[in-house]
Design a protein around this ligand. Structure first.
Ligand code: KE4
Length: 432
């Protein structure tokens, strides 16, 4: 068993001061049992908790740390920026540099605005879509999570799904009356909504690869179909690439699948572990954003040089020759090994990988949407999570989250992870 003395002491103190003892619900381990571990430091592919336990980390701050924890060159870039201050409340060169890097890697983004979280990015990009089209309704998908803006807390994934919450109290009916939902991967349902609300739908927002109901791929015709339906209807297609951006492909899902959204929301990797979000897309649409146009959006710390340094150093290193190919190689080794060991244990599991994101469901059937995802054996997932933790592997504490690898997950880490899987499945504690 793990020594968790200091974590338990800190958790008791935290709960007296912070709701649930955490600053984001899914961290509370409520879906997998036990208590959250308090982390002392991160090192490459590893987390070290306050009791001295060491884990191979597949959460990586829920996606941002694609270069692993405390990468020396990212740390050096941050230290250099820090020596000049943290925020100027005025334009600075690094905002232009990060904007240039992102628009080069994602050429569908002709202009970009930085904000401070993925929630701000999706909230702002939908305000922009409504301003551009003059329409009010939006379509989102069951099990997709786009942050916690009122209008998007409708059949959301991630922590909302994890905690089995009905849509959140405190969200006024007026905020969600224009939010329509459809099952993920169901083009016919989207078609019916366009027929039911002609000329009223401003945008369809989608996770082009779902990471917030577990990892769920788009079926081959889904994204191209959404592109066609939105174009025909005069609506905008918005890719929420907060999680998939620079994670499923160096150019995001829009490069991987060759589908061109009108607007894109970003976050996570573009901050390299610092708080950053962004939205961007066609110049014609972005020209509506204040002060160039009338659509208002603002932020005290938007584009601050420290956060920009995190993103610039991360994307530069990620773009170096051979880096992405190596991530694909290690990612494939991991999921192939996972599938082999689940099969050897005669355990029905659906294993998926897209780029540096992976997921697995304890389920007999393929997972294509929220209706199938929610039938997965979450009790077995919880048991597996706990035993893997005891064997030094830190997985996302929810069946309805994705896993992530970094450039620091090498042969040794993959081998150790697969050995932990074998021990866990052989422990008799994972319902087998
Ligand atoms: P943030 O506001 O948490 O930076 O981003 C919101 C968001 C928007 N869009 C997508 C596709 C996202 O995955 C997220 C946030 N992802 C979750 C993990 N599933 C963040 C983890 C958490 O809530 O603690």
């Amino acid at each position: 068993m793990l020594n968790r003395t200091q974590s338990e002491k800190l958790f008791a103190e935290a709960q007296a001061l912070i709701p649930g003892g955490v600053n984001s619900p899914v961290r509370a381990f409520r879906a997998v049992g036990g208590q959250p571990l308090f982390i002392e430091r991160g090192e490459g592919a590893y987390l070290l908790d306050v009791d001295g336990n060491r884990y191979i980390d597949y959460v990586l701050s829920w996606g941002p740390l694609i270069l692993g924890h405390a990468h020396p060159q990212v740390a050096a870039a941050l230290a250099d920026a820090l020596s000049k201050g943290t925020s100027y409340g005025a334009p600075c060169p690094s905002e232009v540099e990060l904007a240039r890097l992102i628009t080069q890697l994602m050429p569908n983004i002709e202009m970009i605005r930085f904000v401070n979280s993925g929630t701000e990015a999706t909230m702002s990009v939908l305000r922009l879509a409504r301003a551009f089209t003059g329409r009010e309704k939006i379509i989102k998908f069951e099990g997709n999570y786009h942050g916690h803006a009122d209008m998007l807390l409708v059949q959301a994934g991630s922590g909302v799904a994890t905690l089995g919450l009905p849509d959140s109290p405190g969200v006024p009916v007026g905020a969600t009356v224009h939010t329509l939902t459809a099952p993920y991967n169901d083009l016919a349902a989207v078609q019916r909504l366009f027929e039911q609300f002609p000329d009223q739908i401003a945008a369809v927002i989608v996770e082009p690869v779902s990471g917030n109901m577990g990892l769920v791929r788009p079926l081959s015709e889904f994204l191209p179909g959404l592109r066609d339906l939105t174009t025909q209807a005069g609506s905008l297609l918005v890719f929420d690439e907060v999680m998939t951006g620079f994670r499923v492909h160096l150019g995001g899902a829009q490069a991987l699948y060759g589908v061109k959204p009108d607007l894109t929301a970003l976050g996570k990797v573009i901050g390299g572990g610092l708080p950053v979000g962004a939205y961007g897309g066609r110049r014609e649409i972005m020209s509506l954003v204040a002060p160039l146009g009338p659509m208002y959006q603002a932020g005290t710390l938007s584009g601050n040089p420290l956060a920009m340094a995190g993103g610039i150093s991360t994307l530069r290193l990620l773009s170096l020759p051979g880096v992405w190919e190596q991530l694909e190689v290690m990612g494939e080794k991991l999921v192939t090994g996972l599938a082999e060991r689940f099969a050897a244990a005669a355990m029905p599991v659906q294993v998926e990988r897209v780029g540096t994101m992976f997921g697995f469901f304890f389920s007999e059937q393929p997972i294509i949407n929220w209706a199938t995802a929610k039938l997965a054996d979450t009790a077995r997932f919880a048991a597996f999570h706990q035993v893997m933790l005891e064997h030094g592997v830190y997985l996302a504490p929810s069946q309805f989250e994705a896993g992530f690898i970094s450039t620091m997950h090498g042969e040794q880490e993959i081998r150790a992870t697969l050995a932990a899987v074998e021990k866990s499945l052989g422990s008799g504690r994972v319902g087998n």
